[in-house]
Write a protein that binds this ligand. Structure first.
Ligand SMILES: C=CC1=C(C)c2cc3[nH]c(cc4nc(cc5[nH]c(cc1n2)c(C)c5CCC(=O)O)C(CCC(=O)O)=C4C)c(C)c3C=C
Ligand SMILES: [Fe+2]
Ligand SMILES: [Fe+2]
Length: 347
């Protein structure tokens, strides 16, 4: 009788890890480097995502592969080069996401010891969502809380991050239970962290800015018409920030940046609005980017270089960029509060 037919032998068994809970933070993703091929790989994955660009692939892919990916990798690569963290060989988005994860992890360890594991992944590029879901599952995470780090929901960010998480779960033999964290733009702790960052920046200035521009990443206007709540959540973020600061309507304005392609995007466009403000005599402005949980190419290069230039070209004199919340302790506290709220019943 062969050993596999012996009813008396114990079944050989892989080691069983102690059950834990995983908290997987997710951000957009960033190129591995700023050379042409690294940029092309990243942009190809990003711009082929139909949650980001929803045109028929029959029309979009030839245009993307033959036209856009022949020029944009070099142009965007030069922009990344100007902000690259050369010391660590990575983009600022990567450096800051690591710092945020470290801070959230330390806080969760204080509260839950080894019961909760914290890590991060990216929607595009590395470390991939798939690799981190596989690692957490292998480490014994029987429950995973997936947290896309976007305060406001957009199909192009939150939903596609979740889609990728669900795809990763499809590959797991012993699939963990899972939850996804919803948008958190209206949580008082997040608004408080934003308000404190504004107060800190204003407190350090000699003259108070004439207006605070809240610049959110744009999306095509059509997405709003088709039911995406992003626009409303951005407007509400500005209103809550204004109320917390005790300001009036004329102290703060909502704008949208990073328009891509010929379609109309959410308006007003930041690059045009700052020029209009300068022309209207508002020569001293501050800009904050509440849709980004971490500084990245869109803030460090687009806002602090291109948009600043547009303001100065139109006669503006003082332009202050207020950094994202990054690993600010008030931000970490807000993120941990959101995590704890969504872990209820699990811990
Ligand atoms: C072309 C369509 C795009 C949509 C729609 C879009 C929505 C969107 N994006 C963010 C956050 C980020 N975007 C970032 C970079 C970036 N975004 C697009 C295009 C769209 N984004 C491109 C092509 C790029 C790459 C840079 C470039 O070539 O211009 C980043 C920064 C990544 C980094 O490495 O620093 C972030 C973050 C949001 C929040 C959003 C909609 C709500
Ligand atoms: Fe973007
Ligand atoms: Fe709206």
């Amino acid at each position: 009788m062969s050993s596999e037919h012996s009813a008396h032998l114990p079944v050989s068994h892989p080691p069983v890890a102690k059950p834990k809970i995983g908290v997987l933070l997710a951000n957009l993703g960033t190129p591995d480097n700023y050379d042409y091929w690294s940029m092309r790989r990243y942009l190809n994955e990003f711009l082929s995502d139909r949650r980001v660009i929803d045109y028929s692939p029959w029309l979009w892919q030839p245009l993307l592969q033959l036209v856009i990916l022949s020029t944009r990798p070099s142009k965007s690569g030069a922009a990344y080069k100007s902000i690259w963290n050369e010391a660590d060989g990575e983009s600022p988005l990567m450096t800051i996401t690591k710092a945020q994860t470290k801070a959230v992890k330390a806080e969760m360890e204080k509260r839950y010891g080894g019961e909760v594991e914290v890590d991060f992944c990216m929607r595009y590029g590395n470390p991939s969502t798939k690799s981190k879901v596989a690692a957490m599952t292998a480490n014994g995470c029987r429950k995973i809380l997936f947290f896309p780090l976007y305060p406001q929901y957009a199909g192009a960010t939150t939903a596609t991050a979740n889609d990728q998480f669900f795809r990763a779960l499809m590959d797991e033999k012993f699939q963990p239970s899972s939850r996804t964290v919803p948008a958190y733009f209206d949580r008082p702790t997040y608004i408080e962290a934003l308000a404190q960052s504004v107060e800190r920046a204003y407190g350090a200035m000699e003259t108070r800015p004439d207006i605070l521009v809240c610049s959110y990443h744009g999306v095509p206007k059509r997405y709003l018409m088709e039911g995406d709540p992003y626009h409303c959540q951005c407007q509400k973020t500005t209103r809550l920030l204004k109320e917390r600061l005790g300001w009036s309507d004329t102290d703060i304005v909502t704008t949208f940046q990073s328009k891509f392609g010929p379609e109309e995007w959410l308006q007003p466009y930041t690059v045009e609005e700052v020029a209009r403000l300068a022309e209207a005599g508002k020569k001293n402005i501050a800009v904050i980017a509440p849709a980004f949980s971490a500084d990245c190419i869109e803030t460090l290069e687009e806002i602090n270089e291109e948009i600043k230039e547009s303001f100065e070209h139109a006669g503006g004199e003082h332009f202050t960029y207020i950094p994202c919340l990054n690993d600010d302790p008030a931000h970490v506290e807000a993120l941990v509060e959101v995590i704890e709220e969504n872990l209820k019943g699990w811990t």
